[in-house]
Design a protein. Structure first.
Length: 267
């Protein structure tokens, strides 16, 4: 259900410029703008009023070039003011030896005056492989800083299985936090009408014991994931469409919850 072997760090390259010029690949007209986000993005307002931008995604793309070399972002309070260009510090999590899908995650702190005064932000995110540079535009609302950041993700394992999970990054350990059973991660999937079609704890038995909520060390990342085969609680195949997945770490006294859209069949 979880794997958290950190197998590598990749230091990102900084590319100078503004949103209009963005990078040498954009200036040479080699960049490709895509309409849908390639990575799952998140923006968190920190206690010093700066903004922490983060993402999670697959380490390789379903396109030519595939392996992601680095990720950068042009960011600003509006689409017209994305003048701060920042490189993400990235790492790959997941263990190929354990036959688990790997993910690339990254973060960077936006700490300019524009960041401090902003109430939300627009980001132009560039994902660079050996052969191409893909860019997508997204608006991000700020989330409050919590003891743990939970960033959801989905991975298409095959045409019939999608992995639904979350990257949990520890910020600090609050007093009295614990797991009341051996269940450390839960996925609840609902259809467009809000009806629950799948939940990972349905019919499951868990040990009643007190355990810690992982990770415990600040800035450490834990990967949680559960596969879903597109079947509902009765074992029937669900219709094609877009579903909502709530990913939950069932901690006490307060669980960690995030959600993500899941296309079915997997894309």
């Amino acid at each position: 259900m979880k794997a958290h072997v950190i197998i590598g760090f990749v230091c990102c390259l900084m590319v100078a410029g503004c949103a209009a010029k963005y990078s040498p690949q954009v200036r040479s007209q080699k960049a490709i703008r895509v309409s849908d986000p390639i990575l799952t993005m998140k923006a968190v307002r920190l206690s010093d009023s700066t903004v922490r931008l983060s993402f999670v995604g697959p380490p390789a793309l379903r396109s030519k070039g595939r392996a992601i070399r680095y990720v950068e972002v042009a960011v600003g309070p509006t689409k017209e003011t994305m003048v701060d260009t920042l490189p993400f510090h990235t790492m790959v999590v997941g263990s190929p030896e354990a036959n688990t899908i790997q993910n690339i995650i990254g973060d960077v702190t936006w700490d300019t005056k524009a960041a401090i005064l902003s109430t939300s932000c627009w980001v132009d995110v560039g994902v660079v492989t050996a052969e191409e540079h893909l860019i997508f535009l997204q608006h991000l609302e700020y989330e409050d800083a919590l003891p743990m950041e939970l960033t959801p993700f989905t991975n298409a394992v095959s045409d019939t299985i999608v992995e639904v999970g979350a990257m949990a990054r520890r910020i600090y350990v609050p007093p009295g936090e614990y797991l009341p059973s051996s269940e450390n991660f839960r996925v609840v999937i609902s259809d467009g009408k809000g009806r629950v079609v799948y939940r990972s704890d349905y019919g499951a038995s868990f040990l009643t014991l007190i355990t810690t909520v992982e990770p415990q060390t600040p800035n450490q990342v834990q990967r949680y994931a559960i596969p879903w085969n597109g079947r509902d609680l009765e074992g029937s195949a669900v219709p094609d469409g877009t579903y909502r997945a709530d990913v939950i770490i069932p901690a006490n006294p307060k669980p960690y919850v995030a959600f993500i859209e899941v296309p079915w069949p997997p894309k």
